[in-house]
Design a protein around this ligand. Structure first.
Ligand code: CA
Length: 279
């Protein structure tokens, strides 16, 4: 497919695709109190959600659009002078050729002087069209170029453990279905604890996704998570690198410290601990 040249304004558009840009959401590291990475998320240029754009994709244009998104994310991140890691999603259902799907990514990174070892690629464990072998091949290709690999939405689908048996990524992102209200849910805590222990054995880093409250963050921190993403720390913002919400990291660290020093059960209900929920 022949694509129109990219406009110089940072927004992607072509006769085939709606105009789009990238939003960025930070992933914070509580060990350093700094941003570890920014995840790039596709957004319509004139507002709306990713679903508004992805709903217009079909089997004919999905692959080309995925390529455009990667290029756009790298160009925009470089222009915004992103200093750390940039995390990019494989678009769901796009068909990939391991041999060629990296060409435009490599070219864009070279053009933008963006280091390849600062690129993280997330693929959802729910990816329905891929068999494990193809999945492995694609990720291995990325790793060969020094890029970091991540399994997204881990725990939300059905194939995560099977996938791990055959292929170990650098990072696993624990799905928000598991992190939501984890402080109040013993089953979710057990599952998450097991995933974290498994990752430790396999030397895989863990990111907790969709963290919205201090209680969730403190519980996950107690289970050993250092990397966090979610509205508690920052919402995604289109075309810019958002700051971490003022005081969010300090509030989590302070609450965690109180649990450690006072010997308070970190998994007690918020009411029992005087309530710590944030908006
Ligand atoms: Ca993702």
């Amino acid at each position: 497919m022949k694509l129109a040249p990219q406009p110089a304004t940072g927004e992607g558009s072509s006769p085939v695709f709606p105009a789009f840009t990238m939003a960025f959401q930070p992933i914070v590291d509580l060990e350093t109190s700094e941003v570890y990475a920014y995840e790039a998320l596709v957004r319509p240029l004139r507002g709306g959600s990713a679903a508004d754009i992805l709903g217009r994709m079909n089997d004919q244009n999905r692959y080309a659009f995925d390529q455009m998104c990667r290029v756009k994310a790298i160009e925009l991140a470089a222009r915004l002078e992103l200093d750390g890691f940039l995390s990019i999603n494989f678009l769901p259902n796009a068909v990939y050729e391991a041999a060629t799907c990296l060409d435009k990514t490599l070219e864009a990174a070279r053009r933008a002087h963006f280091p390849l070892h600062h690129l993280i690629f997330e693929i959802t464990e729910n990816e329905p069209t891929k068999n494990i072998r193809q999945f492995k091949e694609i990720f291995s290709q990325h790793k060969r170029h020094g890029m970091i690999t991540a399994i997204d939405d881990f725990g939300a689908g059905h194939s995560g453990l099977n996938m791990l048996a055959d292929f170990q990524p650098d990072i696993i992102k624990i799905d928000m279905e598991l992190t939501r209200n984890i402080h109040r849910d013993t089953v979710r805590r057990s599952i998450t604890r097991a995933i974290i222990s498994l990752c430790k054995d396999l030397k895989i880093s863990v990111i907790a996704e969709g963290v919205e409250t201090i209680d969730e963050a403190v519980t996950l921190r107690s289970l050993g998570v250092s990397l966090f993403q979610g509205y508690l720390f920052a919402k995604p913002e289109a075309g810019r690198l958002p700051m971490i919400a003022s005081g969010a990291i300090d509030a989590v660290l302070a609450a965690h410290e109180i649990h450690l020093t006072a010997g308070v059960d970190p998994y007690a209900s918020p009411a029992a601990r005087g309530g710590m929920r944030t908006g």
